[in-house]
Design a protein around this ligand. Structure first.
Ligand code: NAD
Ligand code: ZN
Length: 272
């Protein structure tokens, strides 16, 4: 631990101890050390292939049947299939576990995560809003009802192509609407119940940990800015600078699999 790092940790501890309602905004960087590549980082899916266009959701709504047929075909996009397999096998790292500890100790009240990998829950955290949805579920585009994705996949796995075509797109058990993966597509609005929870949490908060996120995806990136405008604090945890580094009160550089555990340790020693 070098001197500057120690000073930044101490500053973060001081801010946290003076705050009433600490929340976190989490990005793909937290799961990097669980083996899940970030999309925008080195070797990331979008770095190689470019970002999906803003019409991704519009194309889904226009022809959900073709979209589902294409999506369930693993041969169509081997990189997409590989990314999914990596997520399905990933385990939480020390960063996820340290966030769980902060929640368990009553310090961290809520986490708004942009990650779709479910690793917060695997680490034991409870108070989570998955703003970009979860890979584990599919969701109705009309009433927001969710159901596990594996149930759908196993029910159609053995069907012939013609039988599949008849069943797709999957329909909602509650309202008969069209089901899509819960993960939010480009051009798709954040489901209203999810966005409401984020707004409520942001309003309550006077300190936000910005964990492994480049803070470039909206509306997520607006939450720290709103807290700051109200006089609250931003603690950034990221190996690189981000678009919100300038307005952050302190930036702790390094992988979050070691920086969050360091923060937890330091908070623990200062409390006793
Ligand atoms: P992003 O915009 O949040 O950027 C990734 C950030 O992670 C960068 O700021 C980078 O500096 C940081 N980072 C890299 N290594 C790190 C480490 N070891 N510790 C901490 N931080 C580290 O995320 P993105 O990759 O551009 O993805 C955009 C969206 O795609 C996400 O918001 C999410 O919806 C989805 N996505 C999800 C996952 C996942 O669920 N694990 C992975 C990739 C992408
Ligand atoms: Zn429905």
């Amino acid at each position: 631990m070098n001197g500057t790092y120690k000073i930044h940790l101490a500053k973060a501890v001081n801010i946290i101890q003076k705050s009433n309602y600490v929340i976190a905004l989490v990005g793909a960087g937290l799961s990097a050390e669980s083996g899940i590549p970030t999309f925008r980082g080195k070797g990331g899916l979008w770095t190689k292939k470019g970002e999906p266009g803003p019409s991704q959701y519009r194309n889904f709504v226009k022809d959900p049947k073709s979209w589902w047929i294409n999506n369930l075909d693993e041969q169509q996009d081997p990189e997409r299939t590989n990314f999914r397999n990596v997520i399905d096998k990933a385990k939480p790292n020390q960063g996820h576990l340290a966030l769980y500890e902060l929640e368990h100790d009553g310090i961290l009240k809520h986490q708004i995560t942009q990650n779709v990998d479910g690793l917060h829950f695997a680490a034991g955290s409870i108070n989570i809003t998955e703003i970009h949805g979860s890979r584990a579920n599919i969701r109705c585009i009309s009433c927001e009802f969710k159901t596990p994705r594996v149930a759908l996949e196993s029910s159609i796995a053995k069907l012939s192509y013609t039988e599949k075509i008849k069943l797709l797109p999957p329909s909602c058990h509650r309202c008969g609407g069209v089901m899509k993966p819960d993960t939010v597509m480009f051009g798709e609005p954040i489901p209203s119940s999810v966005l409401e929870e984020c707004v409520v949490q942001t309003k309550k908060s006077d300190c936000i940990l910005m964990v492994g996120t480049s803070a470039t995806v909206y509306p997520a990136a607006s939450f720290p800015q709103e807290i700051k405008t109200r006089g609250g604090k931003i603690i950034e945890l990221n190996p690189s600078s981000t678009s919100l580094s300038e307005i952050s009160d302190v930036s702790i550089r390094g992988s979050t699999s070691s920086t969050i555990p360091d923060l937890v340790k330091k908070l623990g020693t200062q409390q006793h």
